[in-house]
Design a protein around this ligand. Structure first.
Ligand code: ADP
Ligand code: MG
Length: 691
């Protein structure tokens, strides 16, 4: 059993009992916990008025009236996201055909928040309240008054409507997350404000970084035409919403653990065995470790004696079906203890009611890009102190709670960074550059950034875009390719691959592949053993690689009449396949709109692999040794990379490959790999492979 101690109390001797046992309960009775979904409409109204932000309703509306920019800082759960857009609508900001828009960094947050607001307003989602995420638009242009969307989608909307003229108020939510798109958006909105003095901005955040954002948006010293001297103050207003969180006792591990997954599972079991009722929120890093933990806990729960069971274990990450999402938010049945195992989406974006215990692994999945090696990968990395505080705060929403940190206090104090690094400074900038170029911003390093991207990263991005034929020698978008790529809501390498597909006569295959690559995985994880899964995959696998294997899965699915039984039998996730169909459909429309040729190449897999290579040549690798599932080196920078065990090429190890993405754990693994011919590199990307 992992040992925790509480700072401020005497550090337990190695032989003494864990502090888990000597805490007085003294909680509110569990039955008083409000679970929203069981409220009637009148109940929801009362719930709204009890939220901390309600006391500030008038103040918020006044500041909005008098200031171009208002920054609102408030504890997670205080009602910023769900309430403020409703206040704005009630006050008339959505009258006369105008729309109030609110951005979120994450898609899942967009969906759940929009549906919550629709429920509170007692309207059908997609009518007065709607949302837009990539590949899914649930709004009606003449009807929707409050719209939630991802920050990335709002950036795309700027291409058609650079001044965002439909919107009266833009609320940039979760600004503390500093996602790449949020940072771009803030810079662009500042420009728009100069052209549209009537536009109002709300920037909301869970942590106090308000001063630097306020300084960024302070336009009061800039000279504007005299005619603009009336109207709202150009100095931003800052408002802090007093939260009403309860105390959370923090417990650290006495000794570091090497396996945070195992530690998380045993901590949940300890809580279940020793602590009074109350739900548990566990922070892990991604689908893989969350599914594993759910499985381990479900197995354990079955082994527990009948009177002890009562654990309801649920995952929470992007890509869950609607039904799975709803389970997480629905009230915990009487006598049960809900355990939600989540990514850092539950840190500030979503509010889960009734959480009393938090288990914090201390890690999250983060994107890191190294401009020297030109490698971007998803890495399980330590979180910051700011994140750790937010995570702990989730335990004190409805009554005093406890947070169990799966790391030591020494580690927290001396090694955890104070704050995370903005995504801007740890991402590949290729998409960012194209989007800014498409918006007419040529001098990207000179752009007004909240935090500047690294010059090396920028140079790398320009280089790659030039060799993809998206930018010309003067760093302008090429026509038509550059402009077409900018129109596609995809990674530019994928877009380039689709455009090549239309030139090579295999665009139908390319959009199917692009749809598959947009999903995490199409295989069912958790049901059946690894061996069974491997066998299921073998039914479709080909030596050309994963992309071609996906084409076979797609054909099989269509032949089966899109049957869910067929998916079940082949350990394929039916929901994921439905998503593939949907995305393929969307891409089909897009490709038609761009005037690209839609054609299938039939059985010719060589032309398919060539088209993929023309988008992904920067990810070309050569086999160095065939042991350990094949050790490869990237051609560009000679980095060691390996084929991921989930790839159909894991045991095939062709001489030359191109990968789609890298994940790093103990080493860099290539996911979604195809075998290629080295002569294609110089043919398809001569600038890139001069040597
Ligand atoms: P903030 O944006 O300040 O973090 P929210 O507006 O998201 O806060 O949430 C305010 C309150 O609304 C929460 O405390 C919770 O009670 C309720 N709530 C929000 N989303 C949901 C949901 N999907 N289901 C049930 N209740 C919700
Ligand atoms: Mg929020």
């Amino acid at each position: 059993m992992s040992r925790f101690w509480r700072p401020g109390s005497e550090r337990p001797q190695p032989s003494s009992l864990s502090v888990l046992e000597d805490d007085e309960p003294g909680f509110l009775p569990f039955s008083t916990l409000a679970s929203n979904s069981s409220y009637g409409y009148g109940g929801l109204e009362r719930h709204r008025q009890r939220l901390p932000v309600f006391k500030y309703r008038t103040a918020i509306l006044y500041l909005l009236e008098t200031h171009a920019t208002t920054i609102i800082v408030g504890e997670t759960g205080s009602g910023k996201t769900t309430q403020i857009p409703q206040y704005l609508k009630e006050a008339g900001w959505a009258d006369g055909g105008r729309v109030v828009v609110c951005t979120q960094p994450r898609r899942l947050a967009v969906q759940t928040v929009a549906s919550r607001v629709a429920e509170e307003m007692d309207v059908k989602l997609g009518e007065e309240v709607g949302y837009t995420i990539r590949f899914e638009d649930l709004t009606k242009s003449a009807v929707t008054r409050i719209k939630f969307l991802t920050d990335g989608v709002l950036l795309r909307e700027m291409m058609d409507d650079p001044l965002l003229s439909k919107y009266s108020v833009v609320m940039v939510d979760e600004a503390h997350e500093r996602s790449l798109s949020t940072d771009m958006l803030l810079g662009l909105l500042k420009k728009i404000q100069r052209r549209r003095p009537e536009l109002r901005l709300i920037i909301s955040s869970a942590t106090i970084e308000a001063k630097s954002i306020a300084a960024f948006f302070n336009q009061s010293k800039k000279k504007l035409p005299a005619s603009r001297d009336f109207g709202p103050s150009r100095e931003p207003a800052i408002l802090s919403v007093e939260g009403r969180g309860y105390d959370v006792q923090i417990h650290f591990l006495e000794e570091p653990v090497s396996n945070y997954l195992q530690a998380a599972v045993s901590t949940v079991l300890d809580i279940h065995n020793q602590e009074p009722m109350g739900d548990v929120l566990v922070f892990l890093t991604g689908q893989d470790d969350i599914d594993a933990a759910v499985q381990m806990l479900t197995d354990e729960a079955q082994n527990l004696a009948a009177h002890r069971s009562g654990l309801l274990v649920l995952p929470l990450y992007a890509g869950l079906s609607r039904a799975e999402q709803e389970l997480v938010f629905s009230p915990t049945p009487r006598g049960k203890r809900k355990v939600v195992i989540a990514t850092n989406i539950a840190e500030t974006s979503l509010t889960l009611e009734g959480m009393v215990y938090v288990v914090d692994s201390g890690f999250s999945k983060q994107r890191f890009y190294n401009p020297i090696t030109d490698i971007e990968s998803l890495v399980v990395a330590p979180i910051s102190k700011a994140s750790a505080r937010q995570r702990a705060g989730r335990a004190g929403r409805v009554r005093p709670g406890k947070c169990f940190r799966l790391y030591t206090e020494e580690y927290f104090e001396s090694e955890m960074p104070l704050e995370g690094i903005p995504e801007m400074q740890r991402s590949n900038l290729v998409s960012c550059v194209i989007q800014l170029k498409a918006l007419g911003i040529d001098n990207i390093l000179g752009f007004d950034w909240l935090a500047s991207p690294s010059p090396e990263g920028m140079i790398r991005a320009l280089e790659v875009l030039y060799s993809l034929g998206i930018l010309d020698e003067d760093s302008k978008l090429t026509s038509p390719t550059g402009f077409q790529v900018a129109e596609m809501p995809l990674d530019p390498m994928l877009s380039r691959m689709i455009i090549s597909g239309s030139q090579f006569g295999c665009s139908e295959e390319m959009i199917i592949i692009a749809a598959f690559l947009s999903l995490q995985s199409i295989w069912v994880i958790g049901r059946g053993t690894q061996k069974e899964l491997d066998e299921a995959k073998q039914g479709f696998a080909v030596a050309e690689g994963d992309h071609i294997t996906y084409l076979n899965v797609y054909k099989g699915f269509l032949l089966s009449g899109k049957s869910s039984q067929w998916c079940h039998k082949n350990l394929i996730n039916y929901q994921a396949m439905k998503k593939v169909l949907e995305i393929r459909e969307q891409l089909h429309k897009l490709v038609q709109r761009l005037g690209l040729v839609l054609k299938s190449c039939g059985q010719d897999t060589q032309v398919v692999r060539k088209a993929i290579t023309s988008g992904f040549f920067a990810h070309a690798c050569r086999l160095e040794s065939s042991s350990h599932g094949g050790m490869y080196k990237t051609i560009r920078t000679s980095q060691e990379v390996y084929i991921h065990p989930s790839s159909v090429l894991f045991r095939v190890t062709p001489k030359w490959v191109v990968y789609h993405s890298l994940v790093s754990t103990d080493c860099q693994y290539m996911r979604n790999v195809i075998a290629v011919d080295s002569s294609w590199f110089t043919e398809l990307a001569p600038h890139f492979f001069q040597i």
